[in-house]
Design a protein around this ligand. Structure first.
Ligand code: FNR
Length: 378
């Protein structure tokens, strides 16, 4: 088997093992994909200060995100259709996370339901909610997440209108996937993937199907989904969701200092600086570019997290140095899942952990809590 040393190795392997339309779904951004690319490339502009002759023994990456202990400040980002990268994808990823001591966030648009993931895991995971037009349904989803023991709610604010991804349109991908002969051919060329799908019952989009009004089967899910994102979303929606949830609340999709200041009024526990992995507003700045000014605006009043473009432990360390108290990975874990299932998710987490640890040491730090801008050349 090929050596897996970095996230790029998992990506190459996933491309060989996942049907094209689902690999492309993960590996795409909106329109020109400019923001998607900038999320990754802007990390390269930031340079470390190498230090020597400092004690580098007894290092720790252990930290906290929204008051919860994490083995390092890295969580798994919510991603839709994860169970299409690999059968039972959300369950496998959640299991890998609980073993690794990092939070797993389940998307509203997941293939495996909240209850299916809860049944196969023993530690609390986080749940991501979209603000939908059907408030009763959103309220019931919140209640289900509570009943399943989820320990934080991630409320995504940057998807009032769906950004367009050319690859998905060209591949004819819809939610749920509808299969043409072309798609069936793509799947047939990935026999391992097909066998997994045939062997699982977790293909039902059970967060929604059977729970939302008029969505009794997969065929009615598609039109429902298209109508449900709420173009009227306002800060008042955050207030009622916070009230109904009553637990730790994280607001996802903040890219502007003005919105960061607005979010303070909601009383949320954390905000995630994010442009949805470059899948929404193409032409927006990268998350790592946006991070410092948001930390400057609100970092002393709310926990600031970030996601977008992290492909190594070095990237995580840069984000932490610039003030992020937590980070999230999306594609890296999806590539791992598509490449090697649960083992691949574990691998993606361990690659990042190892790179972080070594880099932190070479920057002369032993505890992630002591990492600040002093490790960067500015
Ligand atoms: C996402 N993202 C996302 N976000 C969210 O709040 N709910 C969702 O259902 C999804 N779905 C989704 C699917 C796929 C395939 C991707 C790649 C991303 C955005 C995600 O949570 C996160 O913001 C980005 O993935 C972070 O960027 P990287 O790490 O993928 O570069």
């Amino acid at each position: 088997m090929a050596q897996v040393l970095e996230i790029a190795d998992l990506k190459k392997m996933a491309q060989r093992r996942v049907p094209k339309m689902f690999f492309d779904y993960a590996d795409s951004g909106s329109w020109t994909e400019g923001t998607y690319r900038a999320n990754e490339s802007d990390f390269q502009k930031i340079k470390f200060r190498q230090r020597v002759a400092v004690d580098m023994t007894n290092r720790t990456l252990a930290s906290q995100m929204v008051g919860q202990n994490v083995s390092m400040p890295v969580a798994i980002a919510p991603t839709g259709l994860t169970g299409m990268q690999r059968a039972d994808g959300e369950i496998l990823a959640a299991q890998a996370c609980e073993e690794a001591g990092v939070p797993f966030t389940l998307s509203t648009m997941s293939v495996c339901s909240i209850e299916a993931v809860a049944a196969k895991t023993s530690k609390p995971f986080w749940f991501q909610l979209y603000v939908m037009r059907d408030k009763d349904f959103a309220g019931r989803l919140i209640d289900r997440a509570k009943a399943a023991g989820c320990s934080a709610l991630v409320l995504t604010l940057d998807l009032q209108i769906l950004g367009q991804r050319h690859k998905d349109l060209r591949n004819g991908l819809s939610t749920p996937p509808k299969f043409t002969p072309h798609h069936i051919w793509q799947m047939a060329t990935r026999p391992g993937w097909c066998l997994g799908m045939l062997g699982t019952k977790n293909r039902t989009f059970g967060n929604i199907v059977g729970h939302a009004q008029g969505v009794e089967d997969l065929s009615s899910l598609s039109s429902w989904t298209a109508e449900q994102f709420d173009p009227k979303l306002s800060w008042d929606d955050v207030a009622w969701i916070k009230e109904r949830w009553g637990g730790k609340l994280i607001l996802k999709g903040i890219l502007d200092p003005e919105d960061a200041r607005m979010s303070l009024k909601t009383g949320a526990d954390a905000i995630i600086v994010s442009n949805h992995g470059g899948r929404q507003l193409d032409g927006a700045i990268s998350s790592i570019e946006a991070l410092p000014e948001i930390v400057e605006a609100v970092g002393d009043k709310v926990e600031v997290h970030m996601d977008g473009g992290i492909r190594s432990g070095q990237d995580v360390l840069k984000a932490v140095a610039l003030g992020a108290k937590g980070t999230y990975i999306g594609r890296p874990f999806l590539y791992g899942l598509g490449a090697m299932g649960k083992e691949g998710v574990t691998k993606s987490i361990e690659i990042i952990r190892n790179e972080m640890d070594i880099t932190m040491a070479l920057c002369g730090k032993r505890d992630i809590k002591d990492v600040d801008r002093s490790i960067l050349r500015e």
